[in-house]
Design a protein around this ligand. Sequence first.
Ligand code: SF4
Ligand code: SF4
Length: 446
Amino acid sequence: MSAYADRLEALAAEAADRCTGCGMCFEVCPTAREIGLDAGEAKARVAELSALTCDGGPAADGLQKWLNACDGSARCSDACPEGINVRQWVTIAKLKALNAVRPRAVGATNAASRFRHMAQAVRLLASMQLPSETLKKILEPAERRTAEILFYTGCNVLRTPHIVLNVMDILDALQLDFDVVGGTAHCCGVYQFQEADLPTYERMGHRTFQRFGQSGASKVLTWCPTCTKNFDELEKDVEEPFFDLAHISEFLAANLDALKARFVDQPKRRVVIHEHLGIGATVDSIRKLLSAVPNLELVELVQDSGFSYACGGQAAKFKDREQAIHRGLAEGAVAAGADTIVTMYHSCHRALAGAEAAYPLRVVNFTDILAEALGRGGHPDYYRLYKAGGSMDEAVAAARRFLADNGVHVDEASVQSLTADIFNETSLAGSREAFAQAFTALAREQ
Ligand code: SF4
Ligand code: SF4
């Protein structure tokens, strides 16, 4: 076993050692209830978790169902009276249980295929929406950077790159010395960890984290909730880094006075935040930031915010529940007289961006609002145009220009695969034909 794998084992063993077996973590688990596991058997499930940790796998039946259902909501960690990070424990236990029943090569093949699919979609979507100069800047190796602050994008936000441009605008407005770094060459290794391919994870996610350190930055600001969760629980807890690690929303909330001093007058807006718990103080930070924007009124809605830490990802296993959350949010926002839904993360933005096709609402990311309040921003959200399914003229014209600039060619097969990728997500969306037809025509012309 590698030193890294040893340390993971030690983290899980430490959790098992501190656990009193009270069962409260299992009792509050929303996905355990979603698949019908009985809260009355909480103590038995936690005893199985401890047994797996101390004696090895495979996992008992009930435990395996719990592990498979977990979508990372962290309700368990919040409920634990001993302050145990149960989500982290469950994540490590899941890896151990998989390794006990499946050759690593199977997981490695699955992870490689999931990564390839994601990388292809990210590469195409980023090349359709960003100039090559910006894209190159983001993809440059982390260890070659020299700025005090690294803004780490992760991979998937590059499907909605206006968000990255907004954050760059905001950091610029604060006159900070920062570099932006991301893309699939700096992946957090989530697929490899989930598929229990630890050796490849160590060459990817673990290595990405080490490269941040090699850059000499004193602060790394994350964007993606999955990267934030993984780096926090599978890297920072394994070995304390020399740099501070924080989600961008927390960093901006800590710099609210500097932001407020730069805010300019804004149009009147009534907004609802699409909330997720589970990633540090992100919801509270975003609420604090938006409350300070001139003329913006926050409308509070009761929401199902504890089901998962973000839309998509592992929560996508529960399509019906996700769909109900999205519809309930849009309908609740309209009924409450809101005009805007604000998304926290990129995956939520992708899921909700098409709501405009069915509801009298704008859907924007919190970074759209902040960048505009600083007199910047205004970057076109082409992904929202794709999802809304109306006229694609503006999106196609931009894609034509950016694809040529990036030297990237889209063929009809790529358009088909992108259409499936964009529209098969659990989400609110307009017509998929509008996107498919317009971009197929672009592929034929290239
Ligand atoms: S992280 Fe959420 S879904 Fe996973 S075990 Fe904990 S409460 Fe359940
Ligand atoms: S809530 Fe904490 S102490 Fe109680 S069973 Fe779960 S992990 Fe153990």
